[in-house]
Ligand binder design. Structure first.
Ligand code: BES
Ligand code: MN
Ligand code: ZN
Length: 486
């Protein structure tokens, strides 16, 4: 798919479909809007969010097909994403060139409309059914925006790059765990580096090197699996950028989380192939940064492993030594994400990261608290945390700041070791996990994004993320955050 912009006279261009938006109680814009308004009225069209209809006009003048899509009551960027997602699915079997008419009478500026529409078309048109025998994917060839100023071209081109990388992250998340092993994920990282024209350098290492580095916490999670773990490292840009910032992106990539000896219940356990969504976001986010050519220095570290049950598995009661020297009593092998991140955060600091953000599907309780729309963001530095949250919200990856406090550490005190990996109290689970991570985040700003609810959908979200499975959460946030650091 390509994007371009054009003047209002191009409504007659040879396009397969022209798309018009309409808010609840409003009318579609322009002369074409006036032409179709009576047809909509006759059909009783309601401009509810995510509704879209295809009208066929007589072939005498102007476009033959017009897609009209509803924005609902609240006309914001998400309304446009959802409207565009509905259009993407409506015209999927038609393909070709789509003209999208921006409406400057809407409360959202036309550049923001165009940005949201690109998001909605690319993410809303995504098909997760790649493993179906009769699967077929039809992409639009081109989207032409009409009614915005010239400045929007740069915005839509950038948005297109990032949205495509978000879909790449979804592909990783949806890949089944028998195919997407830690080694296969490392191969994906190599591909990203290989396709970057030398901008991204990839490296990865396995259990032996991890043991040498003292990564006994991550290593313990990995030891129960026949598929060896990989610590995946990607580098982009100069060693240290001009502003002295080295952005450190850290990802949890559990390619399958059975829970280990503290095994999970069977219902929806198949969705635990998506427990690598944080790592997927980091890898694809790096791809987006490189394709945009942002003037910044980034190091990405992804901890990839399975969490399996076997004779070699780690157990409740085990005491682990993490790379930063702290000892951890395991009380629940299903709280494995924090054990992995403990060592991976340390390694990212070792590699020179000055500002850290980690992405992890860390706690089911996060999904229960904020659902599938907002991720919770914790941090040891309010300014950095707020910068991360703001970047997410600007880009469509909704984020909400949540608190840390030293007092939360009391419940992860262990009788035997420096700390234990879970509190016995069924309270504050995402906060305890974040407070645990803080012990390993080193000095300097760090933010932790618990994306358990947003990274992988058990049930479709019914907005523009209509598909079960990976959402690409985090990729748009990463690109926006990186841009804000330039
Ligand atoms: N990967 C899970 C968290 C998760 C659950 C993500 C549901 C997405 C959907 C994580 O490893 C886990 O099992 N967390 C435990 C933590 C608990 C043992 C403290 C959980 O959420 O139950
Ligand atoms: Mn788990
Ligand atoms: Zn997990």
């Amino acid at each position: 798919m390509r994007v371009s912009i054009s003047g209002p006279d191009s409504l007659g261009v040879d396009a397969q479909v022209v798309a018009l938006t309409v808010s609840n109680g409003g009318r579609p814009a322009g002369a074409l809007g006036e032409r179709v308004a009576p047809m909509l009225e006759a059909d009783g069209f309601r401009a509810d969010g995510g509704k879209a209809v295809l009208l066929h006009l007589p072939p005498d003048a102007g476009p033959e097909r017009v897609a009209v899509t509803g924005l609902g009551e609240t006309v914001d960027a998400d309304a446009f994403r959802t409207a565009a997602g509905a259009v993407a699915r409506l015209v999927a079997s038609i393909g070709g060139r789509l003209v999208w008419v921006l409406d400057d009478s809407m409360p959202l500026p036309t550049a923001e409309q165009a940005r949201a529409v690109v998001d909605g078309l690319v993410l809303g048109g995504y098909d997760p059914g790649r493993w179906k025998s009769n699967g077929r994917e039809i992409e639009l060839d081109e989207v032409v925006f009409v009614g915005g100023d010239d400045g929007i071209l740069e915005v839509v081109e950038r948005t297109l790059v990032v949205a495509r990388w978000a879909n790449r992250a979804r592909d990783f998340s949806n890949e089944p765990p028998n195919e997407l092993t830690p080694e296969r994920l490392a191969a994906h990282a190599e591909e990203i580096a290989g396709d970057s024209g030398g901008r991204v350098v990839a490296d990865s290492f396995g259990p032996e090197r991890m043991a040498e580095l003292g990564m006994g916490s991550f290593g313990a999670v990995a030891q129960g699996s026949h598929n060896p773990a990989r610590t995946i490292v990607l580098r982009y840009g100069p060693e240290v950028a001009g502003n002295g910032v080295v952005l450190g992106l850290v990802g949890k990539a559990v390619t399958f989380d059975s829970g280990g000896i503290s095994i999970k219940p069977a219902l929806y356990m198949e969705d635990m192939k998506g427990d690598m969504a944080g790592g997927a976001a980091v890898l694809a986010g790096m791809g987006a940064i490189a394709e945009l050519g942002l003037p910044i220095s980034v190091v990405a570290v992804v901890g990839a492993t399975e969490n399996m049950v076997g004779g070699g598995s780690f157990r409740p009661g085990d005491i682990l030594r993490a790379a930063n020297g702290k000892t951890i009593e395991v009380v629940d092998t299903d709280a494995e994400g924090r054990l992995i991140l403990a060592d991976v955060l340390w390694y990212a600091r070792e590699q020179g990261a000055t500002h850290l953000v980690d992405f992890a599907t860390l706690t089911g309780a996060m999904a229960r608290a904020l659902g599938d729309l907002y991720a919770g963001v914790f941090g040891n530095d309010d300014e950095w945390r707020d910068q991360v949250v703001a970047a997410g919200n600007r880009a469509g990856d909704h984020a909400w700041a949540l608190p840390l406090h030293r007092r939360y550490r009391l419940y992860t005190e262990s009788a035997f070791a420096d700390l234990k990996n879970k509190s016995v109290r069924g309270q504050g689970i995402p906060v305890y996990a974040a407070e645990f991570l803080r012990e390993f985040a080193g000095d300097g700003p760090w933010a932790h994004i618990d994306m358990a609810g947003t990274g992988f959908l058990t049930w479709p979200r019914d907005d523009y993320l209509m598909q079960k499975g990976g959402t690409g959460y985090g990729v748009r946030l990463i690109a926006e955050l990186a841009r804000s650091l330039t």
